[in-house]
Ligand binder design. Structure first.
Ligand SMILES: Nc1nc2c(c(=O)[nH]1)N[C@H]1C(S)=C(S)[C@@H](COP(=O)(O)OP(=O)(O)OC[C@H]3O[C@@H](n4cnc5c(=O)[nH]c(N)nc54)[C@H](O)[C@@H]3O)O[C@H]1N2
Ligand SMILES: Nc1nc2c(c(=O)[nH]1)N[C@H]1C(S)=C(S)[C@@H](COP(=O)(O)OP(=O)(O)OC[C@H]3O[C@@H](n4cnc5c(=O)[nH]c(N)nc54)[C@H](O)[C@@H]3O)O[C@H]1N2
Ligand code: SF4
Ligand SMILES: [Mo]
Length: 738
């Protein structure tokens, strides 16, 4: 029988109203704290230093942590208000179980554990080990990420574990591994300061990594030229020297043309190319036909601007290239990344002061979480799950036989497809809200309805968890000791500030108890987070992401340590590749051909407009956390359809009018916001909302063949005004001034 979601009314009936604008208890701003703890923000990959204030085991506020060297006390609107989740009345305080026709009801830990473990056993006995899958997330610390990788392989013995980074940084990870054999930003962000030219491609830095702008402004003060590649005139583009306002889905044409221009005009670092790289000739051959005129036609960017960009990049002595999801959320996400790397290698500007390249990591622990075994094809230390030497090493660390270590499993969206096919029958999720964040979410919903058993661990009841049979109340970042790795590659300490409230428990305790009940207690014998970290250090030793030389003590003493850090007396590596010894099999940096291809969805008469999706500054990811903080909700209460005045006029769409947006997947209604800061052929919708407000009703499940990332950034759509004006209570003027 199809499993129905527990609806909102039932939840309110059972657990009280969820009033977004309520002030959680204990937060009056004036409470004298009895504890001030230096830790980090739980949200994005910047992992800004912050001091949390606590009183009577409750977080009551925050203070800037001015000494922390990345953000020097600066915080963005989310960082400032993050503590309002802690005592929020929607916190899950007890394990809950589904009761058919009633909703959820509170239960004991014992019951919730018993039910979950007996269902795991039943499903695996009936359908095989791999029929039970796990989905995880990288808002979790390194310790939790490592433990979950081990739990899925050793306790569940399933190959089907994947994580929400699959929707995020995997295209960059795959590109970096191909080119450098290692997946990390090459330099810490202080090296931005004296870069002569900076390219920011597909990254809305002012809204998504606001504190990083500090380093960009410092570079600007020193005279750096800034080039922004984005279909929208994002806040950063408004002050850039060049804004390349390309058509979504055409990045590889731009980077290929720039490479060809560098070759044609001999703006190359021959010494670097000859001595330290491979694959140059076949790569430049693949773009030799790419003229400025052709590029203008494909990308829609004025060819003069493309030429100026190539000249600036070609002539600079120092430079930094940064990109984020704008170029990575594509069926050719890996190619886009490789196109950028080719430009960096052609000019040899890497491994030197003020010369850097990197993807800007998204989630709080997007960097560390993608190194220690969450991924369906990976083992700790960024080892390969199909490599027999790597398998043997990790099997030894875990005290199991190599043959018992599962092999490569399905990626996140493929797990949903396998549920549809009836191959996966059970699911355990932690720190992931796929119903909002995966593409084509009507299809995801149908998959959840098909599961025989579904359990999840979260501190709020996410939209996905309404389909669960059992929900375990887990912990926030500040409720457990641990470490995370920032976008710079800096491993930092996360401090336990308070205990989980009432009957909620630390995530690691929940995983440990499940492991014990699944019969592998001896493999999960940890007495503290530091214990887990010490095992992780050994598991990562010798891998590309080597943490062996990092200890909790060293992290405290040094404001964090940059990996790789192979020995206890090693200081860490803020800048990679100074020795030019790349981690590829031949020790060279690899050029890779990245020719232009079409996106999976192409425009036609029926769907003539490009739809792209992304973020706003005040909301975070699927919104489970930030949609509960009134002041953030007020900044941007619901998703708006950004549309250029020319396109709006063509379809007779008025400001604040409801518009029906249709793609091959579905139709949905959004309020129009007419802005001149977007291309005339493109509309944009932020994705942080669920249900009828979800942008992911419209997106498609097309994946990059290598990274398996979904193509969130390109859909073909049609628009139809509905003649209804629906004013949103939102101060757009203040929003636009970001
Ligand atoms: N406020 C806020 N901050 C966040 C998050 C959040 O949810 N909210 N999430 C965090 C996470 S996990 C992530 S991954 C990052 C994401 O950070 P970003 O990648 O900066 O965020 P997005 O808004 O997804 O996309 C960035 C830009 O890509 C542009 N774009 C769309 N299509 C294309 C294209 O084809 N080519 C190019 N060059 N650009 C294109 C969009 O116009 C958009 O401005 O943010 C992190 N920080
Ligand atoms: N259309 C479109 N879709 C997108 C994107 C886009 O640009 N456009 N971006 C994609 C990207 S880059 C990303 S990263 C994904 C993110 O998508 P998700 O990972 O699904 O989003 P989150 O909101 O982070 O969901 C995490 C859940 O984990 C919980 N959680 C957070 N921290 C912890 C913790 O420490 N412990 C436990 N137990 N639970 C925790 C939160 O309450 C939340 O319910 O969305 C993707 N989806
Ligand atoms: S920039 Fe990121 S880490 Fe820093 S305060 Fe904002 S959300 Fe938190
Ligand atoms: Mo992300």
């Amino acid at each position: 029988m199809a499993k129905l979601p527990v609806d909102a009314e039932k939840i309110i009936e059972q657990f009280g109203p969820s009033l977004h604008f309520n002030k959680p208890e204990g937060i009056q701003g004036k409470d004298e704290p009895d504890k001030i703890v230096k830790t980090h923000c739980c949200f994005c990959g910047m992992q800004c230093g912050i001091k949390l204030l606590a009183k009577n085991d409750k977080v009551v506020g925050f203070e800037p942590w001015e000494e922390f060297p990345f953000n020097h006390g600066r915080l963005c609107p989310k960082g400032v208000l993050r503590y309002m989740q802690d005592n929020h009345q929607d916190r899950l305080l007890n394990p809950i179980v589904r009761k058919e026709n009633v909703g959820f009801e509170n239960t004991s830990w014992d019951n919730a554990m018993d039910k979950t473990v007996s269902e795991i056993k039943r499903i695996q006995e009936k359908y095989g080990k791999d029929s039970f899958a796990m989905l995880s997330g990288v808002s979790l610390s390194n310790e939790k990420s490592y433990m979950i990788g081990k739990f899925a392989r050793v306790a569940l013995q399933t190959k089907n574990l994947d994580y929400n980074g699959r929707l995020c940084m995997v295209s960059a990870g795959a590109g970096n591994k191909k080119a450098f054999g290692l997946d990390r930003t090459s330099n810490n962000y202080e090296d931005l300061e004296k870069a002569e030219v900076i390219i920011v491609a597909g990254a809305n830095v002012s809204e998504t990594f606001p504190t990083l702008t500090y380093w960009l402004w410092r570079a600007r003060d020193n005279g750096a030229k800034l080039i922004v590649v984005d279909p929208r005139m994002i806040p950063l583009a408004r002050t850039a020297d060049i804004h390349l306002d390309l058509r979504p889905g055409t990045d590889s044409a731009l980077y290929g043309t720039m490479l060809n221009y560098l070759v044609q005009n001999d703006m190359l670092d021959h010494e670097f190319i000859n001595n330290y790289t491979s694959g140059f000739q076949e790569t430049i051959d693949s773009v030799k036909e790419y003229s400025l005129e052709w590029c203008e036609e494909i990308t829609g960017i004025d060819k003069q601007k493309i030429k100026e960009t190539a000249e600036l990049w070609g002539k600079a002595k120092t430079s930094f290239l940064l990109h984020a999801r704008g170029i990575e959320h594509h069926t050719k996400g890996v190619d886009n990344v490789l196109g950028c790397i080719n430009l960096v290698l052609a000019t040899g500007r890497i491994g030197k002061p003020y010369c850097g390249y990197g993807t800007i990591t998204g989630q709080g622990n997007g960097q560390g979480g993608r190194e220690h075994g969450h991924k369906c094809d990976q083992l700790p230390g960024n080892r390969d799950i199909e490599n027999s030497e790597h398998r043997k090493y990790i099997a030894d660390v875990w005290g199991i036989n190599e043959e018992d270590l599962p092999r490569k499993g399905l990626s996140a969206y493929e797990i949903i497809e396998a549920i549809h096919r009836g191959e996966i029958k059970g699911l355990l999720s932690i720190c992931f809200n796929p119903l909002v964040s995966l593409p084509n979410n009507n299809y995801v919903r149908e998959a959840l309805e098909k599961l025989e058993f579904y359990a999840g661990i979260d501190f709020f009841l996410s939209e996905t968890l309404r389909y669960a049979d059992v929900v375990f109340p887990g912990s926030l970042q500040e409720e457990e000791e641990g470490t995370v790795t920032t976008a710079e590659g800096r491993v930092v300490r996360i401090r336990k500030v308070v205990s989980p409230p009432k009957n909620a428990r630390e995530d690691t305790k929940i995983i440990t108890e499940l492991a014990e009940r699944l019969g592998v207690k001896d493999k999960f014998n940890y007495s503290s987070s530091e214990d887990i970290f010490n095992e992780l250090r050994v598991a990562s030793k010798g891998g590309t992401a080597d943490y062996y030389g990092i200890t909790y003590e060293k992290l405290e003493e040094n404001f964090g340590v940059f990996w790789p850090c192979p020995d206890l007396d090693h200081p860490g590596t803020p800048r990679l590749w100074e020795d030019k010894k790349f981690k590829t099999p031949d020790g060279k940096a690899h050029f890779n051909p990245a020719p232009y291809r079409l996106s999976a969805d192409t425009i036609d008469d029926e769907f003539p407009i490009l739809l792209t999706t992304g973020r706003v500054v005040s909301q975070y990811l699927s919104g489970t956390q930030t949609r509960r903080i009134g002041k953030l909700v007020k900044q941007f209460p619901e998703p708006l359809l950004e549309i250029h005045p020319v396109l709006a006029k063509k379809y007779d769409i008025k400001q604040d009018e409801l518009v029906k947006v249709t793609t091959k997947r579905a139709s949905a209604e959004f309020i129009a916001n007419i802005v001149e800061t977007i291309r005339e052929d493109t509309v944009f919708i932020p994705y942080h909302w669920p249900g009828k407000k979800s942008a992911n009703q419209l997106t498609g499940g097309h994946l990059d063949p290598i990274s398996k990332i979904p193509e969130f950034k390109v859909s073909a759509c049609s628009l139809q005004p509905l003649g209804v004006i629906k004013k949103v209570d939102i101060n757009l003027d203040s929003y636009k001034s970001i």
